[in-house]
Design a protein around this ligand. Structure first.
Ligand code: PDD
Length: 284
């Protein structure tokens, strides 16, 4: 049984209880982060903590993240659960006002903070060798996708639609242009140029995205940050997605059409290698 963290205490998962009036439960009024652990160390920790604070600020959840304390909790929860490779999930909600009301509770209402771990093969994940298949689907999420909120119902529906059509994930589209995957950022490669949507409120500002684009520049690869259409994706030489838990994962099929050779591409493989090298050096 896992040991989880709830509001200042480490407890067995079956003893961690949250109120039915919690704003996270009733209004999806909360934010989260997923940090990857490799060799017992945290990847991209500073980026995740900074984005967490930004998400809280954008939603006006009055909570200042204590970076040092957070690091301590992350390290301890990984150790207590013997996670040498996997993920640490962290969620903060606007807390429990003791009733249901659209208006925010008083500022001094304590937030609810939860962390738990998941074991996962990340460095040698099977999907890195085989690549994944995606379908395209309309992006019906709200307009502030740059905030990492826990309202993940649409991405979850999109994922199930993909599975029902024999694929692994969905690329969401707005006005014919790809925004991102259900839980990752989307990229295509054409004639040696990496193309990925520019940062705006339309997509999550991925921590892995930032690092992978830095790696691309270190490797002297050309990068264009702009929207691309699904037709461009069909005609791409290569495609991939990035996320904390998936690094740079090749996409080998889009809407039933093979991308390039239909095999994982060289660009994502190269990027993944450098990404891992650089991020392991900086891991905490
Ligand atoms: N998802 N876009 C969306 C919509 C995401 O949910 C995620 C992350 C990303 C990639 O961000 P990052 O590189 O910082 O992980 C992009 C996490 C992993 C999840 O929901 O499990």
């Amino acid at each position: 049984m896992r040991t989880v963290y709830l509001n200042g205490e480490f407890v067995p998962e079956n003893e961690a209880n949250v109120s039915i009036f919690d704003r996270g439960f009733l209004f999806a009024d909360g934010v989260y982060e997923v940090t990857t652990v490799v060799d017992g160390k945290l990847i991209g920790f500073e980026g995740h903590i900074q984005r967490l604070q930004r998400s809280l600020d954008e939603l006006k959840i009055p909570h200042k993240v204590d970076r040092d304390k957070m690091l301590e909790i992350h390290k301890e929860i990984a150790e207590r659960n013997n996670v040498t490779e996997g993920m640490i999930y962290l969620q903060i909600t606007r807390g429990n006002p003791g009733d249901r009301d659209f208006a925010f509770p008083p500022e001094d209402t304590p937030v609810t903070m939860v962390l738990f771990t998941q074991h996962k093969n990340i460095v040698h994940a099977k999907s890195l060798e085989t690549g994944i298949k995606v379908i395209s689907i309309e992006d019906l999420r709200w307009g502030r996708r740059d905030i990492k909120t826990v309202q993940l119902l649409y991405p979850s529906l999109a994922k199930m639609e993909a599975k029902s059509r024999g694929a692994d994930d969905a690329w969401m589209m707005q006005d014919g242009f790809v925004t991102e995957g259900t839980s990752n950022n989307a990229y295509i490669v054409k004639d040696g140029t990496i193309i990925t949507r520019h940062l705006s409120n339309d997509i999550l500002h991925g921590i892995t995205r930032k690092s992978v684009l830095e790696c691309a520049r270190m490797l002297q690869m050309k990068v264009e940050e702009r929207p691309f259409t699904i037709e461009e994706a069909y005609a791409a030489d290569e495609a991939f997605v990035t996320s904390a838990s998936g690094f740079a994962n090749p996409v080998v099929e889009i809407d039933g059409k093979a991308v390039g050779t239909g095999k994982p591409g060289a660009v994502s493989e190269k990027l993944r290698g450098l990404y891992l090298e650089e991020n392991m050096k900086a891991a905490v």
